[in-house]
Ligand binder design. Structure first.
Ligand SMILES: Cc1cc2nc3c(=O)[nH]c(=O)nc-3n(C[C@H](O)[C@H](O)[C@H](O)COP(=O)(O)O)c2cc1C
Length: 347
């Protein structure tokens, strides 16, 4: 099944309310569309007359080997999409050898996710909650459970409006919870009361605070689209930044990430790894991201198409297909490794 078939199959498999939650974005969803279109606006200038035997998409991300310059993006509430939820995502990502970024809003505890695929590479995404103890507890638990990095999402100072969810009366079924939002000792906490109660006052100083909560884990700052913000994040200690507009789910008409990426790469000037997400659906998109200076891409919705259609096997299949497609795109561009991709491949 190719990716667009997966997307169509996920639509037939899922209740419309969950499929809309998955696919939708803020406002008129212009940024959702722009993210996808922006990759297509770049054209490739491939090299030929080169030996591309042995081409591999493999790389390292914050020192962790990966079969492709690709990470599973943090996405919330996987039990809406498959009964095994995050456990299936973790198993599929582990089988593909890919780093899985667990969302703080997962419906499975971060400890159970770690236990289901021991030894697999994992990062933990956190939001800064107004009640900072919630974020602190999550960082501490992630460090104790062996997560290798913390991904601090900064593009959500307030919750965005999603019109599809409003029209559908989106509501999570009874019995499903978000166990990574609760400090371990707060048994009667009203989880749904605190969802979206983000701290609207996150500053660069919080990067070091989050890292300290995680016992010194590296911090990836996710959700910026400007060079000056990226520079402030890196100067404040970020090990990596992820150019992201949350897949178009926060601020409608926010600049497409493929357009924002070059400015961020210039501002970071090699002092941290730069990732990008939003609308990456094929190996050629990955090669374009690399050519614009990214170290890797994050993949959001396609992983859930895999999860919804086929559980762990679907997640593995999507990630393997994207890995193979990236190696194919590299070879077709006359390049044998992600590290050899240069800016002149694009026009
Ligand atoms: C259903 C869904 C839930 C998401 N939940 C989170 C989240 O909990 N934390 C976060 O940082 N980003 C979240 N995101 C954003 C993704 O991490 C990522 O930025 C985005 O999906 C990338 O775009 P793509 O889906 O086009 O690949 C979510 C995205 C989707 C589609």
């Amino acid at each position: 099944m190719d990716l667009s078939q997966r997307e169509a199959a996920a639509q037939t498999r899922l209740e419309p309310v969950w499929f809309d939650y998955l696919q939708g974005g803020a406002g008129e969803e212009r940024t959702v569309r722009d993210n996808r279109d922006a990759w297509g606006r770049w054209s490739l200038r491939p090299h030929y007359l080169r030996d591309v035997r042995g081409t591999s998409a493999a790389t390292t991300l914050l020192g962790t080997p990966s079969p492709a310059p690709m990470v599973v993006a943090p996405t919330a509430m996987h039990r809406l999409f498959h009964p095994d939820g995050e456990l299936a995502t973790a198993a599929g990502a582990a089988a593909a050898g890919m780093i899985y970024t667990v969302s703080m809003a997962a419906m499975t505890s971060l400890e159970d996710i770690a236990a289901t695929a021991p030894g697999a590479p994992r990062w933990m995404q956190v939001y800064m909650f107004a009640d900072r103890g919630i974020t602190k507890a999550c960082c501490e638990r992630a460090a104790a459970a062996g997560y290798a990095a913390l991904v601090l999402t900064i593009d959500s100072p307030v919750t965005a409006r999603n019109l599809r969810n409003e029209r559908n009366g989106f509501n999570v079924p009874a019995g499903l919870t978000l166990p990574n939002l609760a400090p371990p000792d707060a048994h009667d906490l009203d989880i749904w009361g605190i969802v979206g109660a983000y701290d609207p006052a996150v500053t660069p100083d919080d990067i070091a605070i989050v890292s300290a909560w995680g016992g010194g884990l590296p911090v990836v700052v996710k959700g910026l689209v400007r060079g000056d913000d990226a520079r402030r994040a890196v100067d404040a200690g970020a090990a990596a930044v992820a150019v992201s507009n949350h897949g178009g789910r926060q601020l409608d008409t926010c600049i497409a990430t493929a357009r924002a990426l070059p400015e961020v790469v210039d501002a970071v000037a090699g002092d941290a790894e730069v990732y990008v997400d939003g609308g990456v659906r094929a190996g050629i998109d990955v090669v374009k991201a690399l050519a614009l200076g990214a170290r890797a891409v994050l993949v959001g919705r396609p992983v859930i198409w895999g999860l919804a259609t086929d559980g762990a096997a679907g997640v593995e299949s999507v990630l393997r297909e994207l890995t193979d497609d990236t190696a194919r795109a590299l070879a077709l561009c006359g390049v044998t490794s992600p590290h050899d991709v240069t800016r002149d491949l694009l026009t």
